[in-house]
Design a protein around this ligand. Structure first.
Ligand code: G6P
Length: 610
């Protein structure tokens, strides 16, 4: 949520910051700004809306300075306008900063600073920090000490980069709750809220931990804690290449990410399937797997799409392993004082590895002495680092705000874990081999569904003006219904609800008329006949039926207005196939309504505030 980038070196900082912000735009896009140090003063440009507006504004400028900071905003305090956009300054204009997070005690600090003559220009909590640091400098502290002491008075969360025209040779970065990564170059250094802006500039990075601050010059980086203890950091190598963070000819990142799922699923499974033994190998979990096997209670916690993957995981674990699993929204779990003990295991699922609620949930679980596993996509992310063991998705950077490829990779990882546990517990070699074979065949089957995109586009054109949609499924297809509905509402702003098909009779059926399309995920499984009855109930009320059905199903063609056929697979793996047409349907409906698919209004890719 919100993107930060900072540069100090020899090159012109402006294009570097603008390009960095473009790569971070998925984190927030209400407004954006940069501050460049030039001719001994700080020059600030801010614009409402996309980075493109900011880029147009700076294009005519003569900015050439080689030290600067930039920010793309997802508003928390204060409406998204130019005044509230970052960077912010204090009284003197000699200090500027960009901030992610929320300063909870800003009103108290602001009143105190106003009473001492500081004049505030914005409605933001972030501006308070500038005045706070300036006040401490007025009291005689140097910049680094003023920042350190100021931050120790701050309640809340921050990822911060600070620059000063009186200290043109340094940037200061500090972190509590909002991620920051420092990219180490030759004669230049970068700071960013995630690694995307660093790609192509450096592969050597240092992640700041909570409670740490760094003084970064062109050639050096010094890290200490905010309570003034020295810290030794290790350098981590990142291996993302430029192509992975570009659209590669696709109209949108979301389409690219949907279309690349055959490869991302291969990558998720690469080296992990044991085709001879009918099991899997997960290096990141190793022996820790036993704590899952003998757990009295397994809780899977996540938010958004990752929560839908968790639900599928629950069904898989119960089917293959027979252990009791509960799925919890991380935001509820963290405040509910859950009953946990050292025989409970928590699995956190997060694409970004930075979602504030999920992070707080794992911290709560660790406080209660649970073993915590992570399933993350972003390598080196906070959740990946703070969990005891885990499995990476290896799906590559996901940039479209609506999650697609991460979801299918999350479900795949959950299937692999369930397979390993199931084989350790009770499932036979024959069943293990069958699951392995089916998993290995999934990428090809996903390709087959993707090849059908023209038909899905046509259906999208037919239904694009509908105002409501219902998505229904049973068993493994119930979370698919939830996820299909979420995709549609996120990017097309059409109201959509996912329901277990049978629950329709307890409420949603009242909504059904000729203007209500109902998407049934009705692939052949043990409860197929029940779903057919539900389809009849909708038809009897003149609802329009779009069915996702198994290839060769003639029955369903008689009942549904539109049918999208998908290849068969095991029930537990059906979500991997059945979600694909729903992702495409949402995508094409949103595009035909003229919506901004990659950056839907009000949403952010990674929600780092609660
Ligand atoms: C945001 C994103 C969703 C994502 C959710 C959880 O709402 O827009 O796509 O599913 O956060 O994010 P995480 O990174 O924890 O999976």
């Amino acid at each position: 949520m919100c993107g930060i980038v900072g540069y100090i070196g020899e090159q012109n900082a402006t294009p570097l910051l603008i390009n960095g912000l473009k790569r971070l735009e998925y984190r927030g896009y209400d407004s954006a700004g940069i501050a460049i140090l030039q001719d001994h003063s700080i020059n600030i440009y801010k614009k409402v809306g996309k980075i493109k507006n900011l880029e147009d504004a700076v294009n005519g400028s003569e900015l050439t300075g080689s030290v600067g900071i930039g920010h793309t905003r997802w508003a928390t305090h204060g409406v998204p306008n130019e005044v509230n956009a970052h960077p912010h300054t204090g009284n003197s204009g000699a200090l500027a900063l960009v901030h992610n997070g929320i300063i909870e005690n800003y009103e108290t600090l602001k009143k105190e600073l106003q009473s001492k003559g500081h004049v505030f220009k914005t409605e933001t909590d972030s501006e308070t920090l500038c005045h706070l640091f300036e006040k401490l400098m007025e009291d005689g502290f140097d910049l680094v000490e003023a920042v350190r002491l100021g931050l120790s008075r701050v309640e809340g969360t921050f990822g911060l980069v600070i620059m000063s025209s009186n200290h043109p040779d340094m940037l200061i970065a500090a972190r509590r709750g909002s991620p920051l990564v420092i990219g180490l170059g030759k004669g230049e250094n970068f700071i960013a809220s995630d690694a995307a802006p660093l790609v192509g500039h450096t592969t050597d990075v240092v992640y700041l931990e909570d409670g740490e601050m760094a003084v970064v010059t062109k050639t050096e980086m010094n890290v200490k804690t905010i309570d003034d203890r020295p810290v030794n950091k290790s350098i981590v190598t990142i291996d993302t290449d430029l192509q992975e963070i570009e659209k590669s000819g696709y109209a949108h990142f979301m389409l690219k990410e949907i279309m690349e799922q055959p490869q991302t699923l291969e990558n998720t499974m690469r080296g992990r399937l044991l085709m001879q033994e009918g099991s899997a190998k997960l290096g990141g979990i190793g022996k820790d797997i036993e704590s899952l096997l003998y757990a009295r209670r397994v809780i899977i916690t996540a938010c958004g799409t990752s929560w839908h993957a968790a639900l599928i995981g629950e069904y898989m674990f119960e089917e293959l392993v027979g252990i009791p699993v509960e799925v919890e929204y991380a935001s509820e779990f963290r405040y509910r004082d859950p009953v946990l003990g050292n025989d409970s295991v928590v699995i956190a699922i997060s694409q970004s590895g930075e979602t504030a609620d999920t992070l707080a949930a794992i911290r709560e679980a660790k406080r209660k002495k649970c073993k915590v596993f992570g399933i993350c996509n972003v390598v080196g992310s906070t959740i990946a680092r703070e969990t005891d063991a885990g499995v990476y998705l290896h799906a590559g950077p996901e940039i479209g705000v609506a999650s697609t490829k991460a979801f299918t990779s999350q479900v795949t990882v959950l299937a692999l874990i369930a397979l390993v546990l199931g084989r350790m517990r009770s499932i036979s070699t024959a069943r293990g081999l069958e699951i392995c074979r089916e998993l290995a065949a999934i990428p090809d089957k996903v390709s087959q569904v993707l090849a059908n995109h023209e038909q899905i586009k046509e259906i999208a054109g037919e239904f694009k003006d509908m105002r409501n949609f219902l998505y229904l499924g049973r068993g493994y297809n119930f979370p698919v219904a939830l996820e299909g509905a979420l995709k549609l509402k996120e990017i097309s702003y059409i109201h959509a609800e996912g329901y277990p098909a049978a629950e329709m009779k307890h409420g949603p059926i009242a909504l059904i008329d000729k203007d209500m399309p109902v998407v049934f995920i009705a692939t052949r499984d043990s409860i197929y006949d029940k779903v057919i009855s539900n389809i009849e109930e909708v038809r009897a009320r003149k609802g329009k039926v779009i069915a996702i059905a198994t290839e060769g199903d003639k029955e369903i063609s008689k009942r549904a207005d539109r049918v999208i056929f998908v290849p068969p697979t095991l029930d537990m793996l059906k979500p991997l196939i059945n979600i694909i047409p729903l992702q495409l349907l949402a995508y094409y409906i949103a595009v035909s309504r003229g919506c901004d698919v990659d950056q839907p209004r009000n949403l952010a890719k990674s929600v780092t505030v609660e």
